[in-house]
Design a protein around this ligand. Structure first.
Ligand code: SF4
Length: 424
């Protein structure tokens, strides 16, 4: 046992100590420091991410175990989710991000544009099904007016004053502000006054100029993303944080990205959670046009490490680590509950961005099903609102079991048949 581990051993379970002792010295030292509550530096984060390549599993096992302990210390046995509906008001977009399988040109089959009244109709359906949030994002339609965003928020709030509107990526805020000839601050303040509750921290991809040049021709720079997010937090609009990984990126980019999110959070406190988003390559032009230089999404080790190392690096800063079931599927999502994850995201009802890129994990997992997944992992399901206030703790009861909004081709819970003793 090394010196650092001798010091922490009285604070950690014997089994975890054994796992730490089996890890290599640099990894064990970093993890022991994390268990003491010390910040893991960007460089140390890179050392942990680089364990994706280790032939031996002991380093990775130690990382997963420490992430699980930090999750337990912060969140106990509770695993949260939100009942929400995804609404994409348009997929028409000419920005040409190379990784995107969602955007279409106006004349293409399958292109779609929803007027505010049609979005309200969908939001009303979500409300009637118990939803408390609508998550709204769209393409950057070349003909849309900058005031569409505020009209949309006003229309929803006028019909459903208590619905939380979680909407508009920093790329959309940039677009709306430019089109309206307003500063980001003025544009965001106005949206907040209209009723915008929070923002998805998407369009972050990897916050590195070289990588962004390859993904999006750097149309929204890393600096601009950061400026918009900091301004949103400053005017009182919280946001999620995301990272999209597994394409032309490397561990050094991941560590720098997570460290930057931590710096922003240190200053603003405005991030509600981190959502790692694995690159879905199947229908993505980035991969289809460059199959030899672009990776087909992250490996299984990389997915595991992304959730675990994020938990470790963000410990005490962003304490909600969400797994995206729409990217990874229900079974992988459940598996990650033992690697630092404490949140399963939303029911979604109408997922379409990942599906357009080739993801096959469906559009909806109902609240009752999410509870089943969580219980099968030995945890307690909790329904939360968008900003992580508990709505219902399902210790001795279940949510109302309603059918999915859109008929599904397969049962997302079929994998639970492997765990018959733990399922209801
Ligand atoms: S990622 Fe967004 S901005 Fe980029 S092409 Fe796709 S829809 Fe447009």
């Amino acid at each position: 046992m090394n010196k650092v581990n001798q010091q922490v051993s009285k604070y950690i379970p014997v089994e975890l100590q054994k796992v730490l002792d089996a890890a290599s010295s640099p990894v064990s030292k970093i993890l022991s420091n994390a268990l003491f509550g010390n910040e893991v530096s960007e460089n140390d984060g890179m050392v942990l991410f680089n364990c994706r390549d280790n032939k031996k599993v002991t380093d990775r096992n130690a990382i997963f175990a420490v992430a699980d302990i930090l999750r337990q210390r912060s969140k106990g046995d509770y695993v949260t989710f939100v009942v929400n509906r995804n609404i994409n008001f348009t997929n028409i977009c000419y920005m040409g991000c190379r990784f995107c399988g969602f955007a279409k040109r106006k004349e293409e089959a399958g292109s779609e544009w929803l007027e505010p009244a049609q979005v309200v109709e969908r939001a009303q359906q979500a409300w009637d099904r118990g939803g408390t949030e609508v998550c709204i994002q769209g393409g950057l339609h070349p003909k849309m007016e900058g005031n569409y965003y505020r009209e949309l928020v006003l229309a929803i709030k006028s019909a459903l004053p208590d619905m939380h509107i979680h909407a508009f990526s920093p790329f959309e805020i940039w677009y709306g502000a430019v089109k309206s000839k307003l500063s980001f601050r003025t544009f965001l303040n106005d949206l907040k006054d209209c009723g915008l509750g929070s923002m998805p921290g998407t369009a972050a991809e990897i916050l590195d100029t070289e990588v962004r040049q390859k993904l999006t021709k750097n149309k929204l720079s890393a600096d601009c993303w950061e400026e918009i997010i900091r301004t949103a937090h400053d005017v009182g609009i919280p946001s999620t944080a995301t990272i999209m990984y597994g394409h032309v990126d490397e561990p050094k980019h991941w560590a720098a990205h997570i460290a930057l999110l931590r710096e922003i959070q240190r200053d603003t406190g405005g991030f509600t959670e981190l959502v790692p988003l694995s690159f879905v390559h199947t229908d993505s032009p980035l991969f289809l046009n460059n199959p030899n230089s672009v990776r087909p999404g992250p490996t299984d080790h990389e997915v595991d490490l992304m959730h675990s190392v994020s938990r470790i690096m963000l410990n005490g800063f962003i304490d909600n680590i969400q797994v995206s079931w729409t990217k990874l599927g229900a079974e992988r999502a459940r598996n990650l509950l033992s690697k630092g994850v404490n949140d399963l995201g939303g029911t979604l009802m109408n997922e379409s961005i990942s599906r357009s890129a080739g993801s096959k994990h469906g559009q909806e997992i109902t609240a009752a099903e999410l509870c089943e997944i969580i219980r099968s992992a030995g945890r307690i399901p909790v329904r939360r609102n968008t900003i992580y206030k508990n709505v219902d703790i399902y210790k001795d009861h279940n949510p109302i079991d309603i059918s999915p909004l859109v008929e599904r081709k397969s049962d997302p819970l079929s994998f639970l048949k492997m765990f018959p003793e733990t399922t209801g």
